[in-house]
Design a protein around this ligand. Structure first.
Ligand SMILES: [Zn+2]
Ligand SMILES: [Zn+2]
Length: 259
């Protein structure tokens, strides 16, 4: 008989506490409801990390927007004496590197905690939280893996429909385009240096690349904010669910399922 519901037949012995549990109390990884709940609530929640990641991403988006304007001014004024603007643009780009690094760290810290929570809730992602972070840093794999992981997390949190409605493909597309343009920009700059002087034609094309890649970076950051907010909202609902059933009998849907 179930330890919580004396009238119902047990279908398993909890892998953690050893008590009998009925089908309504059965949870992932062979645990009873109480143990599953304890495991889920043992991981600190990711709300604070989500808020911080969103703030950093918004700052990064602002800096990228500034960089975009600087490139646009340089592009429009190509041929004139733009050395002052050039210096300004360089410092904006330099600052935006810092802000995007901070945003990336914030995003990864949030993602680490999100995966840890999902795994503790029995929605196993198939990766450890640390491995989920490493995939963003491993060359070549980081062109594909983070996209798959984010999609996977979204599907586990809200189903395929919820995941499909999020701008995950747009976010990753903008990210890939920004990275490709960054490489093209480097090649153009290198070619300019090799040719001796950075003439106005090379300058113009590098400014144009700068405009487009800044635009991609702004889009990446803003889509990412949207994704973080949506996933965190689902995670908050899940946690509230776990907190609500504390010590209470099986939720209604579980009883219906068992009947
Ligand atoms: Zn148990
Ligand atoms: Zn039960």
């Amino acid at each position: 008989m179930c330890a919580q519901h004396p009238g119902r037949d047990a279908v398993l012995t909890c892998a953690r506490c050893g008590r009998y549990a009925c089908s309504g109390c059965e949870r992932a990884e062979g645990r009873c409801r109480e143990c599953a709940q304890q495991a889920a609530l043992a991981v600190p929640d990711s709300r604070a990390r989500a808020r911080r990641a969103v703030r950093f991403l918004q700052v990064a988006a602002g800096m990228d927007l500034l960089a975009l304007f600087s490139y646009a001014i340089l592009f429009a004024g190509a041929g004139d004496d733009t050395s002052l603007w050039e210096d300004g643009a360089n410092s904006v780009v330099f600052l935006s590197l810092f802000s995007s690094l901070a945003a990336q760290v914030g995003l990864l810290m949030w993602f680490h905690r999100l995966v840890r929570q999902l795994n503790a809730q029995g929605a196993d992602m198939g990766v450890t939280p640390s491995m989920a972070v490493w995939w963003w840093l491993i060359p070549f794999a980081n062109w594909v893996k983070p996209f798959q992981l984010m999609k996977d997390a979204a599907e586990r949190l809200g189903g395929a429909h919820f995941a499909a409605a999020l701008p995950i493909s747009l976010w990753w597309g903008a990210n890939i385009l920004a990275r490709l343009l960054d490489q093209v920009g480097r090649q153009v700059a290198k070619a300019g240096v090799k040719a001796g002087a950075f003439d106005s034609v090379d300058g113009t094309s590098s400014h144009l690349i700068g405009i487009i890649s800044s635009l991609c970076l702004v889009a990446t950051a803003l889509f990412c904010v949207q994704i973080i907010r949506a996933l965190q909202e689902r995670m908050d609902q899940r946690r509230e669910g776990y907190e609500a059933v504390d010590g209470a009998p099986a939720p209604v849907e579980d009883v219906a399922e068992a009947a």
